[in-house]
Design a protein around this ligand. Structure first.
Ligand code: FAD
Ligand code: SF4
Length: 510
């Protein structure tokens, strides 16, 4: 066997890639993982003024994406590092609800979106993903909670004072708040435990107490034989005779062009980079649903509703992204919606983040007011729309020769109206908790992008089959968030993980 030939190549080390690799390596396969980003070094700088992801070198601008509509920037970078954005993420690890797998017309409209399996089919893999990521949280309170085969591996951490106040306010309004499922280490005494600092979401954990993929999955896989090549950008998949024959890439360290071969290729570069790579490789022409590649881009409709309190909101200066409220997940009396979304606690932002976002004296002045804030994040489901898309511009190439990805996204009227209702409820809760007034910050990033290479039973309207196999190419699977036919209204990572474990098991037993 040549050194460049593997049983499987996995492109991308985020949730889809790591979880698929987990199954393949455990089955004894010789696996090569190619990741464009570098390892994230740990130390005090992770929690420093420039520790938030967009300010670090892991916000990778070497393959700039052009945003012609939607988004918060006209030119965007990619989140690139070993473990993908999991290293910087908020750790919120929800299972989608049973009804999310049978979305109603209110959401799917004329898009033809359908899930080819049901919640019960994914349930064992959700349990496996929760165990691998050692999720902490509270079960048995939330009315929308789906049935589970096993308890969460860790119970919840004690609530901060401000969390207790928000919880009590929500309960006085008749709601049933509960503790967020989080990928954070509280119980495992063999590792650093969480010290409840105030820089978590968007920051890497300096002491590796966040249960990110580099810590929880990849380190163990490397010990078991996984070959992980960081700083390696995949630029093309070559297909011949209905199979991917070679994967072409460039080493960022040496500039060398490399080619690898394998029996199976697993594409997990994320919902923006995967369609870009498929289109750059011309693979849409081999797939009967090729015209949908890059389309039906979803990203949730998100806003943080900050309550402005008369004094320091979080008097203990402590981590307090702890609560969720899903009472309005399946609608709200008095509104036309059968489905709205979730509310999740959002802590006081670190002062440094505000100073960096608004440079100069104004930033310094604004950051003085930051301690008065604490908030709730509203996440509403967005509709899969054909017109929301990523395409490539063959005339604009990056330094690796990849054609530029061009994104266009508009929310539907329904998307925005659903967010409005949820935001209104968040304001009521914060007022009850003592806020004098509020400030709404709309999140316009693509951090929850999904849906661009969707799965489905109909080959004419979906590029992937029920096991995420790319139709028209026998040995290619797409397992990142691209596969999702609808976005639900919950953070996507645990569902991407569970599905990747399901697909990985299938590939390993084929
Ligand atoms: C700041 C932030 C906070 C978040 N918080 C949460 C949260 O609390 N809960 C939650 O569920 N979700 C959260 N998310 C979203 C979550 O991180 C994503 O949904 C998830 O990472 C997507 O997984 P994936 O497998 O689709 O791809 P990713 O995890 O994005 O992995 C893709 C990987 O592929 C690599 N790659 C891309 N192109 C190439 C190429 N050409 N060659 C080689 N490698 C390539 C990338 O560098 C990356 O490592 C957050 C996201 C961000 C940015
Ligand atoms: S809150 Fe805990 S897990 Fe998050 S960065 Fe701080 S110490 Fe790490």
């Amino acid at each position: 066997m040549s050194n460049n030939k593997y049983d499987a190549i996995v492109i991308g080390s985020g949730f889809g890639g790591s979880m698929t690799a987990y199954q393949l390596v455990r089955a004894g396969m010789r696996v090569l993982m190619l990741e464009r980003g570098d390892w994230v070094q740990r130390g005090p700088e992770n929690w420093g003024l420039r520790g938030s992801i967009d300010l670090t070198p892991h916000y990778d601008k070497s393959s700039p994406l052009r945003v012609v509509a939607g988004g918060n920037k006209k030119v965007m970078g990619l989140y690139s590092c070993v473990g993908g954005p999991s290293v910087f993420y908020g750790g919120v690890s929800f299972r989608f609800r049973e009804r999310d797998f049978e979305p109603e017309k209110e959401i799917t409209a004329g898009s033809g979106a359908e899930w080819p399996f049901r919640y019960r089919d994914l349930e064992p893999y959700y349990t496996a993903a929760e165990n691998l990521l050692n999720i902490s949280g509270e079960t048995g309170v939330d009315p929308t909670e789906p049935p589970r085969g096993a308890p969460l591996p860790q119970g919840p951490a004690p609530l901060a004072g401000i969390s207790r106040e928000v919880k009590s306010a929500a309960e006085q309004l008749g709601l049933r708040p509960f503790q967020l499922p989080l990928a954070i280490n509280y119980d495992d005494k063999n590792r650093n435990g969480c010290v409840q600092c105030t820089t978590c979401d968007t920051y890497a954990c300096a002491i590796s107490a966040k249960n990110d993929l580099s810590v929880m999955v990849l380190a163990g896989l490397i010990e078991r034989g996984l070959t992980l090549k960081a700083n390696t950008v995949v630029t093309r998949l070559h297909a011949e005779k209905g199979r991917i024959q070679t994967v072409e890439c460039i080493s960022r360290e040496t500039g060398e062009r490399l080619q690898f071969e394998s029996d199976v290729v697993v594409l997990a570069a994320g919902a923006l980079a995967s369609p870009q790579l498929l289109l750059a490789s011309g693979l849409q022409d081999l797939n009967p649903g090729g015209h949908v590649i890059g389309r039906y881009l979803m990203r949730h409709v998100n806003a943080i509703i900050f309550g402005i309190f008369p004094g320091q909101a979080d008097k203990e200066n402590r981590f307090h992204k702890q609560l969720a409220i899903l009472d309005y997940y399946f609608g709200h009396p008095g509104t036309p919606f059968g489905k709205l979304g979730s509310l999740q606690q959002m802590p006081t932002p670190p002062r440094g983040l505000v100073q960096n976002a608004v440079p100069g004296l104004l930033g310094k002045l604004l950051s003085q007011g930051v301690p008065l804030l604490t908030g709730l994040l509203a996440i509403a489901e967005d509709q899969p729309q054909y017109d929301n898309h990523l395409r490539i511009d063959p005339d604009q190439k990056d330094r690796f020769g990849l054609p530029q990805a061009v994104i266009s996204h508009h929310y539907s009227k329904r998307d925005l109206a659903a967010l409005d209702v949820l935001a209104g409820e968040a304001k009521k809760i914060l007022k009850k908790a003592g806020a004098l007034t509020h400030y709404v910050h709309h999140i316009r990033t693509f951090s929850h992008a999904v849906g661009t290479v969707r799965m489905g039973a109909d080959p004419a309207t979906s590029a992937l089959d029920e096991y995420c196999r790319f139709r028209g190419i026998d040995n290619l699977y797409v397992v990142d968030g691209s596969f999702m036919p609808t976005s639900a209204a919950l953070n996507p990572s645990l569902t991407i993980s569970a599905n990747a474990l399901r697909v990985g098991e299938k590939i390993a037993t084929n």
